[in-house]
Structure formats: structure tokens, C-alpha cells
Write a protein that binds this ligand. Structure first.
Ligand code: HEC
Ligand code: HEC
Ligand code: HEC
Length: 156
């Protein structure tokens, strides 16, 4: 998986135009057929609980590869351009992907967002501020009275 994460990272951070980037990623996926990546990792792929509803906000393959970009673009739209939509909002992800066991996307290592990230060796700080459970305030201002965006506009 380190290898896959590396490929993903390389593909995602090349700064290619989205269309080109998709082609690069599709190429990577074709080479890295799932069984070999599973074998290379030497462990089972994380078992993910299916989200609520029929489908995700984009098709599943797109979500697997591009959710981080969608989230970041949505954040920029919201914070810099004042556009308020919910299609790619982090709150919506949490509403559909909270675990039926823990009620959260990130409290146990089987929870949806964590399962893959710990597997891929990715660590997110999003949950320092954003609720991991549905129905909570989008940003935990109570816990973080001074919650405000870093001066770089929230880029990590
Ligand atoms: C230091 C606190 C903090 C951290 C860490 C943080 N955010 Fe935010 N984020 C905010 C605040 C404050 C807002 C504005 C809330 C609002 O206006 O709804 C926001 C808004 C957003 C929005 C738009 C509103 C929504 O619900 O979709 C997205 C998307 C988002 N953040 C994604 C992320 C992601 C992804 C991460 C982790 C990579 C992250 N944020 C980390 C504080 C933070
Ligand atoms: C309306 C409910 C809903 C919302 C909102 C939603 N999802 Fe999904 N998501 C789903 C469903 C259902 C699936 C499984 C689709 C399938 O089986 O093909 C899914 C699949 C995924 C997958 C692929 C999982 C896999 O099996 O590999 C990822 C990654 C994902 N979602 C991330 C997100 C993120 C990030 C957000 C927020 C930007 C989000 N989802 C918002 C319902 C939702
Ligand atoms: C199918 C596996 C999978 C699922 C499920 C998943 N992610 Fe990811 N996520 C990844 C991979 C792989 C990366 C890229 C890691 C890297 O580049 O180091 C990533 C990266 C991210 C990043 C960018 C991190 C950064 O600092 O650049 C964000 C934000 C993110 N995911 C949010 C989410 C959220 C929120 C959920 C749950 C709704 C979720 N992801 C579910 C696989 C997944």
C-alpha cells in the first residue's frame, strides 16, 4: 500500500489539469490491478461499510481517487468565494458515512474515513475542528473557541 499511496500521491501532486490527472490516475489503476496491490501490501484491504443511500456524490471510482481534491476545492469555494453548496461538503460525507457501530467516520480504526487512511498511512487534521458525527456543528467552536482559519486560508 505504501506503493499505492506513493503512486496516488505522485499522480495527485503533479499539478496536472484535472482531465490529464484523471488519465494519469486511470493509467496507474490499470497497472495496479487490485489483487496485485493487495498481494503487494501483504494484508487485506480495509473493509469499508457502505455509505447511506444509493450512491455517493460522484461515482465510486472518482470518489476513491479524487475525494481529497473535491473536498479541498469545496472548502476553497466556501471560504474564499463564499459559495454555499452542499454537494461536496464535509458535513455531507459524515452524514452518509458515519459507522452504524460508532456513529462516527473517525473514532475507531474501522470507521470509514480512518480505515483507508491508516491503511494508506495518511493522517488528517480535519477532525481537530470538524465533527466526525452527523448532527453536530460543522466546526467545533465550543471546543475551539478561537477556531478560525489559519492565515493561509486553511490549506494544510
Ligand atoms: C483549524 C480548524 C480547521 C481544520 C484543521 C480544518 N478545517 Fe475545514 N473549516 C474550518 C472552518 C472554521 C470552516 C468554515 C465553517 C463554515 O463556514 O461552515 C471550514 C470549512 C470547511 C469546508 C466547507 C464547509 C463544509 O462543511 O464542507 C470544507 C469542505 C472543509 N472545511 C474541509 C476541511 C478538510 C478536508 C480538512 C482537513 C484536511 C479541514 N477542513 C481542516 C476549520 C478547519
Ligand atoms: C448521499 C450519501 C453520500 C454522501 C453525501 C457521500 N457519500 Fe461517499 N458513498 C456513498 C455510497 C452509498 C457509497 C458506495 C457506492 C458504491 O457502492 O458504489 C460511497 C462511496 C464512497 C467512497 C468509495 C468507497 C469504496 O468502497 O472504495 C469514498 C472514498 C467516499 N464515498 C467518500 C465520500 C466523501 C469524501 C464524501 C463527501 C465529499 C462522500 N463520500 C459523500 C454515499 C455518500
Ligand atoms: C477508499 C479509501 C479511502 C477512503 C474510504 C477515504 N479516503 Fe481520504 N484518502 C485516501 C488516500 C489513498 C489518500 C491520499 C493519501 C496521500 O496522498 O498521502 C486520501 C487523502 C485524503 C485527504 C487529503 C489529505 C491531505 O492532507 O492531503 C483528505 C482531506 C481525505 N482523504 C478525506 C477523507 C474523508 C473526509 C473521508 C471519509 C468521508 C475519506 N477521506 C475516506 C483514501 C481514502
Amino acid at each position: 500500500m505504501a506503493r499505492l499511496a506513493g503512486y496516488l500521491r505522485a499522480g495527485l501532486r503533479t499539478g496536472l489539469r484535472p482531465g490529464l490527472r484523471l488519465i494519469v490516475l486511470l493509467g496507474v489503476t490499470a497497472v495496479m490491478a487490485v489483487p496485485s496491490f493487495e498481494a503487494a501490501a501483504g494484508v487485506d484491504l480495509p473493509k469499508l461499510e457502505k455509505g447511506k443511500g444509493e450512491k455517493c456524490v460522484e461515482d465510486t471510482a472518482t470518489m476513491r481517487r479524487n475525494h481529497m481534491d473535491l473536498l479541498k476545492a469545496h472548502r476553497d469555494d466556501t471560504l474564499r468565494r463564499g459559495i454555499r453548496t452542499t454537494r461536496h461538503s464535509l458535513k455531507a460525507c459524515v452524514e452518509c458515512h458515519a459507522s452504524s457501530k460508532t456513529g462516527s467516520v473517525a473514532s475507531s480504526k474501522e470507521d470509514f474515513c480512518v480505515a483507508c487512511h491508516s491503511y494508506a498511512g495518511a493522517k488528517l487534521d480535519c477532525w481537530d475542528c470538524h465533527a466526525t458525527k452527523p448532527g453536530k456543528r460543522a466546526v467545533t467552536q465550543a471546543a475551539q473557541p478561537t477556531a478560525s482559519l489559519p492565515s493561509n486560508g486553511g490549506r494544510q
